[in-house]
Ligand binder design. Structure first.
Ligand code: FE2
Length: 245
């Protein structure tokens, strides 16, 4: 760290958490101003570790966590990122679920392909961000890629037991990212709901679908008919609680 001018001297990370009062003030703080100013910036208390290795291309990571001297990273790997610079036939793109394990003592890296199906938009129950997770939810295709206009199913991966379940919405369906929503009564990792938009290219109608994440293969708990087609999107979030607009 001492060799890095941006991490030493007056630029060194602050390791102490302090509560300080009676700081010198020039001028006057407005009397009607109360609150907390949050700075959200890096404070690298440890020397950053970097590894260079051919990863090809990743849009979306599912999660990453530490386990003893290892960092486990689950993500969707694309064979190439060249689609940013040249036209590539979609059929040449086969993004799949991978796990990379970095041993932070030895620096060794191991990549494992977890499945050979085309997937994207990996999500987990967000309570498990940076913690050891068991379940990952992704979109996938069950039809021939050339005949498909997108994903038509979602997968629930159990990465601890190396198993998976698929929930298919029909040959002509186009599904979006499955977003995990926590109900008020569920505690387990797959206790909760998956929500996604499903468009049917034959009826040209969209539905907002709610699945029971634990009973993933069951019929949807609810299919909410949208008044018109909802365009395909990328990401969504569930905001729990009552919201007044
Ligand atoms: Fe994205």
């Amino acid at each position: 760290m001492q060799n890095n001018p941006y991490l030493s001297g007056n630029y060194a990370p602050v390791k102490d958490e302090l509560e300080m009062r009676n700081l010198k003030i020039i001028g006057e703080i407005p009397k009607d101003l109360t609150g907390i100013y949050m700075r959200n910036d890096p404070n690298p208390a440890f020397t950053p570790i970097s590894y260079t290795y051919p990863l090809d291309f990743v849009f979306h990571f599912a999660n990453a966590y530490e386990n003893d001297n290892e960092i486990i990273i689950d993500y969707v790997r694309h064979e190439t990122g060249d689609f940013f610079v040249k036209d590539i036939d979609e059929r040449e793109m086969f993004p799949m679920l991978y796990r990379t394990i970095i041993n932070i003592n030895s620096g060794t890296i191991k990549h494992t392909q977890l499945d050979d199906r085309v997937v994207e938009f990996p999500r987990i129950k967000e309570d498990y961000d940076t913690l050891s997770h068991q379940f990952i939810y992704t979109t996938t295709r069950t039809t021939d890629m050339a005949a498909s206009q997108g994903f038509n199913a979602i997968i629930k991966y159990d990465v601890k037991n190396k198993s998976s379940q698929i929930h298919e919405f029909g040959q002509h369906a186009q599904v979006g990212e499955p977003v995990f929503a926590l109900g008020s009564t569920q505690q387990s990792e797959d206790g909760g709901y998956l929500m996604l938009f499903v468009y049917d290219a034959i009826s040209e109608q969209s539905e907002f679908v709610i699945l029971d994440a634990k009973n993933f293969g069951d019929l949807p708990l609810a299919r909410i008919k949208m008044p018109r087609r909802v365009p395909s999107g990328f990401h969504g979030s569930w905001m729990p609680g009552e919201w007044v607009w």
